[in-house]
Ligand binder design. Sequence first.
Ligand SMILES: C[S@@+](CC[C@H](N)C(=O)[O-])C[C@H]1O[C@@H](n2cnc3c(N)ncnc32)[C@H](O)[C@@H]1O
Length: 838
Amino acid sequence: MGGGRGRGNRSRTQRKHFRDGRENVWKRPKSDSPSDPNKTTTNTTTADNPTWQPFANQNAAFDDYYKEQGILAPEEWETFVEVLRTPLPAAFRINSSSQFCTDIRLQLENDFMNSLQAEVTNGGEVDAIRPLPWYPDNLAWHTNFSRMQLRKNQTLERFHEFLKLENEIGNITRQEAVSMVPPLFLDVRPDHFVLDMCAAPGSKTFQLLEIIYQSIKQGSLPDGMIIANDLDVQRCNLLIHQTKRMCTANLIVTNNEAQQFPGCRANKNSTKASEIEFEPPINQLLFDRVLCDVPCSGDGTLRKAPDLWRKWNSGMGNGLHSLQVQIAMRGLSLLKVGGRMVYSTCSMNPVEDEAVVAEILRRCGGSVELVDVSGELPQLVRRPGLRKWKVRDKGIWLSSHKDVTKFRRYGILPSMFPSGRSYVATADNKHENGGDVNSEDEPMEDPMTSIEDLDEEVSDLPLERCMRILPHDQNSGAFFIAVLHKLSPLPVIQEKPRRRGSLLTKNNELQQKLSDQVSEDNNGPELKSEDIASEKFSEAASEADLIENEVDKADLEPDACNTCDENGSEEAQTSVNGETQSGRAVGKRKLQIQGKWKGVDPVIFFKDEAIINCIKEFYGIDESFPFEGHLISRNNDNNHVKRIYYVSKSVKDVIELNLLVGQQLKISSVGLKMFERQSSREGTTAPCSFRISSEGLPVILPHISKQILWASPVDFKHLLQYKAIKFMDFVDSEFGEKASKLMMGCCVIVLRDGKNLSDPGQVDASTIAIGCWKGRASLSVMVTAIDCQELLERLSARMETGKGSLMQENIVNGNEVQAANGNEKVEESEPTKKAIDV
Ligand SMILES: C[S@@+](CC[C@H](N)C(=O)[O-])C[C@H]1O[C@@H](n2cnc3c(N)ncnc32)[C@H](O)[C@@H]1O
């Protein structure tokens, strides 16, 4: 739970980041000259206004490229591009771990499926909305409306409002259908350690969290955890915002370069290790599952982002290939033997897809296999991966690396071709990456390869096990997915990198590549960090090849480009979550730089016994609830700690390890916000100034024995409606009296089943509870307006279907509540204002 008005503002701010980062597609592009080979055409005349340029929806270079690559049969071409030019239908997923998961699914099946039927507009589709057949348990839905239609069409307003509200709350996630596929192939279980290497904006992370929480009973936490990483700070903010809706203690958000993601290997002899008295439960960061959803040219999203029609060129994919290989290799090196990694892109380009998979298989030399998943998700329509493709560079088709001129060999790598071969004969002219430095502008031939072989290279790897999803197969976007299984440790090359210009045979070239790659589990953080701005993927990709020198751990410098107001700081996080306005003043605040990472608040185990004991005593938290080592703050000064986060055992272990190895992980966000300091006057005079946050309530609820009351449905409903009610105005006067006897401060009000007149005293997965503030004369809810609205709607829906325990109760009590009229009588206490205003 969480959110509210402030959250809406934040969403807009964050959308603005996206807008700002995007080019203005209404401007005439510089490159749009008649001679431009990538010249685009549009579907609207611009004759009236030559400076006004609507969206292009064709690109000749795109057509040439994909017609040649054979990703589909020639006779399918027209259907393919026609579908690519139509807006993408919206899709969404129900959060399987939400308390209201079944209610929402039933609402879709019983209400919206019928009521929206009249609105079907697109040809070919029969249903207005329908569950995606390949997604388990009817949890993912396809709508026959684009996002634009949903926003603009009046008759869809109720459905649109439903989507917006549930998305904001976290009960559903709007996500492109094909983007839901990679996590499904990852085969994640609740006890898995999962690394999501390039995670922002976080829709797949959210899905992974749902999966690890599946089958976990409320109040317990899974044994596994997820590290969601992204290089881009602003996108990391979106990720944090997105995953906050999940209310999880099993997530760490990091801001490292994926290709150099730290392995956090504890060295027992290091000074740092000897300073720590305990034996770490884990001494190296290895994962059961890795999701490698790499940065890509993204032409699979053309339906959603039509501005790509204008920008697309084949160089985009070529420029990313190398970075993609490096990220995937790092992922494999951090994967446990026996673990699974999914490599995915939203690009259809074989240079970013099959070529990358082929290269990592070659580099891994049999320690990794490409899994045949044709039996999994049989209802998902997909096409096998290609075994042959070509590379296009500067308008020229290349069939093998021997066709590459000397000037282009830094950009066009052997690994981009199906065989992965380089053609190098003379040692002295050879550069490590396969390019020659001095030779004539002639392809050089590998003595082991005859010219005839080169006309059409075909990979001998089982690349047909990869999957390509095309838009016209099931009215979706496009995606590429490969599933990899680690059979044994990756080959570790002892050999030191060779001098530039030394002789490289075919074999030792492979070895050279292997030593270039991040070798098995031992050198992630030791690699020199190179700042690669995510917008500049292409440059980064080619540069990234040149940075693989091993350096000492101590040389890993904090990322100098990260400035103070990043999301990592406690204040900046606040602005993401919108829980106070103080984040706005972040620029003026003197930032703490006590952690290793500049601009990011340190991650500190919160051990202040006085505060912890006070919290335990005030809420009657039983000893079975583990506190020790599970509480985190982001502030060294206990007197000024505003929020206390709760972390699962798995996350605790990783944080301990990270401290032990000198904070190699740059942690932007961690854990579940459990307690918040109430800084109002009433708050500071209460016996315990820390309130339970809405996010943390479901976890702590089964362990609280004090400051907790069961309210009748009608009183509960009134609390949600009126936000604050005087003790004497509760319909159930006994409840009002009990409320008046609570201690001043935060309390928890639980919804009592309408038929039960006595307090059940126990909570379970179906229990609905909210945080409130017990003031001098009234109870005030401490839940955001949007959460109140959602709860009211859910309760009303249940009442209608279940023939209304709220109504029954009203009749039992004989009158509609006085509290309803008492709205103006209600004292607007500080917490209420907060709850509503945030
Ligand atoms: C395809 S998007 C990921 C989408 C995400 N998995 C999701 O489902 O929401 C690729 C992401 O990679 C990030 N990125 C680019 N270069 C990176 C790098 N070197 N290391 C880590 N992340 C990187 C980008 O910021 C971008 O958010």
